[in-house]
Design a binder for this molecule. Structure first.
Ligand code: SF4
Ligand code: SF4
Length: 71
C-alpha cells in the first residue's frame, strides 16, 4: 500500500517467466484489465499498473509462469 496525499493505492509488480511460458494466452483472456499482451509467442505484462490483484492469471496459467508482488 502506498500513499500519495490522501489517496492510498496498491502497486503490483507482475512477472512472466519467459522460460516457463508456453504461449497459451490464457492470461490475456482472463485478465479483465488488459495487463498482458502476446509478443513473439509468449506473454508480457505490458500494463502492470492496471493489475487489481485478482489472482485470475496466476490461477489459470498452466505452468505457474506468472508472479505478482506488491511493491
Ligand atoms: S497463461 Fe502462462 S503459459 Fe499461458 S501465455 Fe500466460 S504466462 Fe504464458
Ligand atoms: S491478478 Fe488479475 S488483474 Fe492482475 S494481471 Fe492477473 S488477471 Fe490481471
Amino acid at each position: 500500500m502506498r500513499r500519495h496525499g490522501p489517496v492510498e493505492y496498491e502497486v503490483f509488480l507482475i512477472g512472466v517467466d519467459q522460460a516457463r511460458c508456453v504461449g497459451c494466452a490464457e492470461c490475456v483472456t482472463i485478465c479483465s484489465t488488459g495487463v498482458f499482451e502476446m509478443q513473439g509467442g509468449t506473454a508480457y505484462p505490458v500494463r502492470p499498473e492496471s493489475c487489481l490483484n485478482c489472482q485470475g492469471c496466476t490461477g489459470i496459467c498452466p505452468t505457474q509462469a506468472i508472479t505478482i508482488t506488491e511493491i
